[in-house]
Design a protein around this ligand. Structure first.
Ligand SMILES: C[S@@+](CC[C@H](N)C(=O)[O-])C[C@H]1O[C@@H](n2cnc3c(N)ncnc32)[C@H](O)[C@@H]1O
Length: 239
């Protein structure tokens, strides 16, 4: 049963859209958007694409879409689902998609959790949560995207050995994330040396938020987790 969810994200609307942006929103966005009302239960995400895809990756909160677009361009045989409620970010991403003639991105413009709830078990091969809103005040911690129920649901929809990538520039949120992933019993942090979390690898494109954080002197942390195979869950020693 789907529980009623408190909306997690911040603002949805920014400045008034220019004419060309409004046209993208009216003409292109509806062709990319996932319509949950008409979708089967559960949704097999590979069926959301117009052509066969090797696997499906999902990005939560893509912002203006730099990472989503770069991954889609570098991995044309992968279907990418981008989740972002902020309309200005959505039209920026769609502008990039049109310019690069990408046909492997589908869009979800609401709280990512509502879509993740509807996906089939073991259907995603990668999930990206890049610079989620840190909600630093204690009374706002309950709005943080990385939480026990979300991790449980992600574990359900991710395939065995699927990768979860999380980045943050907020030390408080970093500790929170490490604690919750450690407690999950389902995800294994794959870092071997400090450079694995301090340096962004070449297959991990930069985001706008990250570049701003670095410019302002904040250190960014790049975490990679592996979803443990279902028959080895909780068996971290052997992982
Ligand atoms: C700090 S911004 C980072 C954006 C982008 N990932 C980057 O690194 O430039 C966080 C983004 O997550 C989006 N967001 C927050 N909660 C979300 C949710 N529950 N589902 C989908 N997107 C969400 C926000 O709208 C915002 O654009």
């Amino acid at each position: 049963m789907e529980e009623a969810k408190r909306i997690l994200y911040g603002r949805r609307r920014g400045r008034k859209l220019r004419g060309s942006q409004q046209r993208l929103l009216d003409d292109v966005v509806p062709r990319l958007e996932i319509a949950l009302d008409d979708a089967p239960r559960p949704i097999a995400p590979e069926t959301l694409f117009d052509r066969p895809v090797r696997e499906v990756w999902l990005e939560v909160g893509f912002g203006a879409g730099e990472h989503l677009l770069a991954q889609a361009a570098a991995n044309r045989d992968v279907g990418m689902i981008g989740c972002e409620p902020y309309v200005t970010g959505v039209v920026r991403m769609v502008r990039g998609l049109v310019d690069a003639r990408l046909d492997n991105i589908r869009l979800w413009r609401d709280d990512a959790r509502l879509l993740i709830d509807r996906l089939a078990e073991a259907s995603l091969s990668r999930v990206f949560v890049l610079f989620p809103d840190p909600w630093p005040k204690t009374r706002h911690h309950k709005r943080r995207f990385v939480s026990r129920p979300v991790l449980e649901r992600l574990a359900a929809v991710m395939r065995d050995d699927a990768e979860l990538r999380i980045a943050t520039d907020d030390n408080g949120y970093l500790v929170w994330i490490l604690d919750r992933l450690q407690a999950s019993g389902t995800f294994l942090w794959t870092a071997k040396t400090p450079s694995d979390w301090r340096v962004r690898s070449s297959d991990w494109p930069a985001t706008r938020y990250e570049l701003k954080a670095l410019e302002e002197g904040r250190r960014c942390t790049y975490l990679r987790y592996r979803r443990l195979p279902r028959d080895r869950q909780g068996d971290r020693q052997g992982a």
